[in-house]
Design a protein around this ligand. Structure first.
Ligand code: B16
Ligand code: MG
Length: 217
C-alpha cells in the first residue's frame, strides 16, 4: 500500500515559531503595539501578509499599503537573520525517525507549508532530500484552512486526497486537511487540536506500528 504523507513545517518539523515571534515583536515594538506569546499563537500557520494585518488589528493601527509592504520586508529580513545558523539540531524530536521509517517503506513524502522560506529551512536542516514534493507559500494563493496547499502536494505525489495523511500543529491546518478529505494528525495540545482525527504531543509519541497501520488502511 502507498499513502501520501504530508508534513507542515513550522511547529511540526522545526520550531520556527519562536523566530517569527521575535521578528514580529520588533515590528510591533516600533509601532507601540503590545504583542505577546499568546498573540503569537494567532499567527501559526497564517501567511506573512495576514499575520501583519492581525498585529495591526491588535493595535488598532491603520497603515498605507506602502508602509505595510516595508514592514513585511523588514520582518522577513529580521526572521532570516535567525535562520542563518540553523542546522539539523533544530529538527523537532522524533521527526527524523519517522521520515526515515517512511522512506524505508517507500512512502511518498511532501511538505505543505504556508512559509515562503520553506526550502532554505529544509536545506539547512538537511531534510530536503527526504521530500518527494515541496509545496509552500510561493506556490499557493489560498491560505489554510483552504486545502489548496495539501491538495497540490497530494497531486504532485500522485496520491488521492483520501489516501493522504497530514501532520499539522495549527488549527487552520487541521481544518484544511479535513476539508481536503485527508486524514489529519494534530501535533500539539489535544484541547487546541480537537478537530484532528488523531492527536499526539510530538513525534516521539508516534510509534512505527501506528504508521504501519496508516499505510495498510
Ligand atoms: P514566511 P507553516 C507558517 O509556516 C508559520 O506557521 C506562520 O507563522 C508564518 O507566518 C507562515 O508560515 C509564513 O511564513 O513569512 O516564512 O513566508 O506552519 O505553514 O509551515
Ligand atoms: Mg505549522
Amino acid at each position: 500500500n502507498t499513502k501520501a504523507f504530508i508534513f507542515d513545517l513550522d511547529g511540526v518539523i522545526v520550531d520556527t515559531a519562536k523566530y517569527h515571534y521575535l521578528a514580529w515583536q520588533k515590528i510591533a515594538n516600533e509601532l507601540n503595539i503590545e504583542f505577546t506569546l499568546e498573540h503569537n499563537e494567532l499567527l501559526k500557520g497564517v501567511s506573512r501578509v495576514r499575520s501583519l494585518d492581525i498585529i495591526l488589528e491588535l493595535g488598532k493601527v491603520t497603515a498605507s499599503q506602502e508602509d505595510k509592504d516595508q514592514w513585511l520586508v523588514q520582518k522577513n529580513e529580521e526572521y532570516l537573520s535567525y535562520l542563518v545558523d540553523m542546522n539539523e539540531s533544530e529538527i523537532l524530536p522524533g521527526v527524523f525517525e519517522i521520515l526515515k521509517f517512511l522512506k524505508q517503506n517507500d512512502q511518498p513524502i511532501a511538505l505543505g507549508s504556508a512559509s515562503k522560506n520553506a526550502r532554505p529551512i529544509l536545506e539547512k536542516t538537511g531534510l530536503l532530500s527526504y521530500f518527494d514534493a515541496v509545496v509552500d507559500g510561493n506556490d499557493v494563493t489560498n491560505a489554510k484552512p483552504d486545502p489548496e496547499v495539501f491538495l497540490m502536494a497530494a497531486k504532485l505525489l500522485k496520491i488521492k486526497p483520501e489516501d493522504s495523511i497530514v501532520f499539522e500543529d495549527s488549527v487552520a491546518g487541521v481544518q484544511a486537511a479535513n476539508i481536503g478529505n485527508m486524514t489529519s494528525i494534530g501535533i500539539g495540545e489535544a484541547t487546541t487540536l480537537h478537530e484532528a482525527k488523531y492527536i499526539f504531543n510530538d513525534f516521539t509519541a508516534i510509534d512505527t506500528q501506528f504508521i504501519e497501520e496508516l499505510i495498510n488502511k
